[in-house]
Design a protein around this ligand. Structure first.
Ligand code: NAD
Ligand code: DAU
Length: 354
């Protein structure tokens, strides 16, 4: 079988792992990676596949509807796997409009381009929208997020992702675009931009810088290794039912503080430091505004219906992840040069230690 798939956001963290998996696993597919290359997009994440005969790159901004429509006219994609987004909650608090533009307007532009290209023949077409568990809000009294949990987004980021999910379902209902959606929990692993908790803390540990824990570090996240998310995306893309939603998660909940202690301990071993050394860097700082307390995904539907399950235990995954960041210092130095220092100062200088 041949397919011509447009993957958006393929230079980012999760997208780069999805592009690699599809390029290597499906040599008969043509994989087109669309990315604007924002601060979070980095072609160095995929140098291993950049010369593969079934891989193509397009530097395009999703907000540019004309460029999208031209790209669809030229290449006649039969499928889309849509990952491109502004993805960092803290940035959404400082600049919500950027999130509306990329996550909402950009998604609607992509839906329009697919609708125009596929009109009159939806056979064999698929628009796969990759979303987040944050659309369900924050859990306070136990329980899990299920596929039919009501949406209750709490941050500008999650509100923009919830809105994009609604548009995808609306296009399915109104224009009969064949869609599938997945909502995943927190990912960790190689190639994540160090604005997110795990790579930021590993980098600070290496540089002996304070580890800025928001609030009391009691918030809970459900962590999944990024390659397992990419495998789930492969399963949903190929086996998911039209119009359905699949929750993806690791059944792997950690409070931030417990997770940070594991990272410190593992990094101390790897760096040859005395046990307990890196924990001394923990600094409690002003909490994130509107900080969601707990996310927890019930992933039973994808496990039972599509046969997916996580391949890595957390201990193994986090050790691999720490090794990767410490072994790929050049990658880290490059992404933390330039604007990163400005970002870090803006984001953290106003957070009081307590
Ligand atoms: P990321 O920030 O690492 O990468 C986003 C990519 O999108 C970058 O390559 C960036 O250049 C590109 N991009 C941004 N704006 C664009 C635009 N206007 N036009 C074209 N490209 C643009 O994000 P990520 O963590 O890899 O997340 C990927 C997707 O998965 C997002 O949709 C996110 O909401 C979702 N998600 C992420 C997580 C997580 O833990 N990181 C969990 C669940 C779902
Ligand atoms: O749940 C899925 C979501 O997970 C994705 O949709 C988002 O794209 C992704 O960024 C992630 O959102 P979080 O806000 O959970 O991830 P982040 O790494 O920013 O923060 C994880 C937790 O750590 C959160 O409770 C805030 C806290 N934190 C974060 C940073 C950056 C700190 O305590 N200190 C920090 O410096």
């Amino acid at each position: 079988m041949t397919k011509k798939i447009l993957i958006t956001g393929g230079a980012g963290f999760i997208g780069s792992h999805v592009v690699r998996l599809f390029v290597n696993k499906y040599p008969s597919y043509q994989i087109h990676n669309l990315d604007k290359l924002t601060y979070a997009g980095n072609l160095k994440n995929i140098t291993d596949i950049e010369n593969a005969p079934n891989y193509h790159f397009h530097k395009v901004d999703l907000v540019d509807a004309t460029a999208l429509s031209n790209l669809f006219n030229t290449h006649q994609f039969d499928s889309v796997i849509h990952l491109a987004a502004e993805s960092h909650v803290d940035r959404s608090i400082t600049n919500p409009l950027e999130f509306v533009m990329t996550n909402v307007v950009g998604t609607v532009n992509l839906l329009n381009a697919a609708k125009e290209c596929w009109k009159g023949n939806m056979e064999g077409k698929r628009f796969y929208h990759v979303s987040t568990d944050e659309v369900y809000g924050s859990l306070h009294d136990g329980g899990f997020f299920y596929e039919d949990t009501s949406y209750d987004p709490q941050s500008p980021y999650s509100a923009s992702k919830a809105s994009s999910d609604h548009f995808v379902r609306a296009y399915h209902n109104t224009y009969k675009i064949p869609v599938v959606i997945s909502n995943c929990s927190n990912n960790y692993g190689p190639n994540q931009f160090p604005e997110k908790l795990i790579p930021l803390f590993i980098n600070n540990i290496r540089n002996n810088k304070p580890l800025p824990v928001y609030g009391k570090g009691e918030n809970v996240r459900d962590w999944l290794y990024v390659v397992d998310h990419a495998r789930a995306i492969d399963d949903v893309f190929h086996k998911g039912k039209d119009g359905e939603t699949y929750n993806i998660g690791g059944f792997n909940e950690w409070t931030n503080l417990d997770l940070i202690k594991v990272i410190c301990k593992t990094a101390d071993k790897k760096l040859g430091r005395p046990e307990g050394e890196s924990e001394k860097l923990i600094t409690y700082v002003t909490d994130r505004a509107g900080h969601d307390l707990r996310y927890a995904i019930d992933a039973n539907k994808i496990m039972k219906e599509l046969g997916w399950e996580p391949s890595l235990q957390f201990e193994e995954g986090i050790a691999k992840t720490i090794d990767w960041y410490l072994d790929n210092q050049q990658w880290m130095d490059e992404v933390t040069s330039g604007d990163y220092t400005k970002y870090y100062d803006t984001m953290y200088s106003e957070r009081q230690a307590h």
